[in-house]
Write a protein that binds this ligand. Structure first.
Ligand SMILES: Cc1ncc(COP(=O)(O)O)c(C=O)c1O
Length: 387
């Protein structure tokens, strides 16, 4: 067993109280819906197991992952609550999925047939969710096919239709037409199925943007991901939801050196100093998830100031210009994401510099960056509803 070093050159800390704050905001917006916390992709880079355990303490008892393996990792760590595998699956994975009591999302009639055939009699009736395609253009049964699919004999004996869901493609947009059309189509499909005598306990459509912007998307279950982690992708025109980013990413200055005007920094000499400059070397690079697109674009915080990334981000190192930082020294803290003094950098800032979304910035933080957790205070637990 490997013991991590005590002084990692770069590390992440996650404030579990801020997670509690963001969850409380989900519950305020969707008071009548159960929460299924989306913890896929290692809880968007934050650490799936630690976050799932904390969410359990906060009375969340349903989780969403993308893959069978992500579900197995949680099961093997002792998470016994329902886990929905929301990504695509193939019949070869069904035995593992069933052995670990994971819940599949089914989205074709041949898949329903194949899944039912894989369920051993002692595991029946086995709970499944069915996804309806309303405009995401990804996975889902087309509404006209739903009545026939729901009437398949598999649902009378082997399978229990526990959930009906759809996914919103454009709920963070200021234009509402596409989302409204999706929600109308979803509701009409549900009405048709109900008229045919079908009842299903869990109905769900809302991701974070749906929860924040579309009360009509709040059914019996909601599926927040990014807002639990303190971010959103709504336009600046929309009033900012009360969310707190839960992750801070740090590095410590590993080396300092002075260069002359005309000297260059890093591969391919993309930065040439215009003046005598002091350069700090940070022990973090694109192998840690600090994207190479941040070369000559990104900023980090040192001594409470924003300082620019100079030259190409390397695999394991990044250089920043600290000429204007008084008293700068080796071992000093640099903040890549987070607060230092009055200054703050968020995953949304990095996303803007590297032309992506905060989701990708967070998910990309690499495995070799250790995660530490600021524990939940007891007042946080007390304020959550009892399961
Ligand atoms: C099916 C499904 N539901 C919910 C979510 C959560 O979305 P968000 O992180 O935008 O809240 C995702 C994430 O992509 C998803 O794929």
């Amino acid at each position: 067993m490997y013991t991590p070093s005590q002084f990692p050159p770069t590390s992440v800390s996650v404030d579990l109280n801020a997670l509690g704050h963001n969850l409380a905001h989900v519950r305020r917006l969707a008071p009548r819906s159960e929460v299924l916390a989306v913890v896929k992709a290692n809880a968007y880079g934050h650490g799936a197991l630690e976050l799932t355990r904390t969410l359990q303490q906060l009375a969340v008892h349903r989780f969403g992952v993308a893959t069978v393996d992500e579900g197995i990792v949680l099961r093997q760590a002792g998470i016994h609550d329902p886990i929905l595998v929301m990504g695509p699956t193939v019949p070869a994975q069904f035995p593992d999925l069933i052995a670990h009591r994971l819940t599949p999302v089914l989205y074709r009639s041949d898949m329903v047939q194949a899944f039912a055939a894989a369920v051993p009699p002692k595991a029946a009736p086995y709970s499944v969710h069915v996804k309806i395609e309303t405009g995401m253009g990804r996975l889902g049964v087309h509404p006209p096919e739903m009545p026939d699919l729901a009437a398949m004999p598999a649902f009378r004996a082997t399978l229990r239709l526990e959930g009906l869901m759809t996914h919103l493609a454009d709920a963070d947009n200021t234009k509402t037409t596409h989302t409204e059309t999706q929600l109308t189509e979803f509701q009409q499909t549900l009405d048709t199925l109900r008229q045919g005598g079908l009842s299903c306990p869990l109905i769900h459509a809302a991701n974070s943007a749906g929860i924040i912007q579309y009360p009509a998307s709040l059914y019996t279950l909601v599926r927040p991901g990014i807002m639990l982690y303190g971010y959103h992708t709504l336009s600046n025109e929309t009033p900012a939801p009360e969310l707190r980013p839960i992750l801070t990413w740090k590095a410590t200055i590993a080396h300092l050196h002075n260069i002359q005007a005309g000297d260059s920094v890093s591969y391919n000499r993309t930065f040439i100093a215009a003046r005598r400059s002091k350069i700090a070397v940070l022990p973090v690079g694109y192998a840690d998830g600090y994207n190479r697109l941040l070369s000559n674009r990104g900023m980090v915080l040192i001594g409470g100031r924003r300082v620019p990334v100079v030259g190409r981000v390397c695999m394991d190192m990044t250089m920043v210009d600290v000429t204007d930082v008084p008293g700068v020294h080796i071992g000093q803290e640099a903040i890549l994401i987070g607060q230092q003094g009055q200054e703050r950098l968020t995953a949304a800032d990095l996303a803007a510099w590297q032309q992506t979304i905060p989701y990708e910035v967070l998910c990309a933080i690499g495995q070799r960056v250790p995660r530490h957790y600021l524990p939940l205070r007891s007042d946080n637990e007390k304020s959550s509803p009892k399961p």
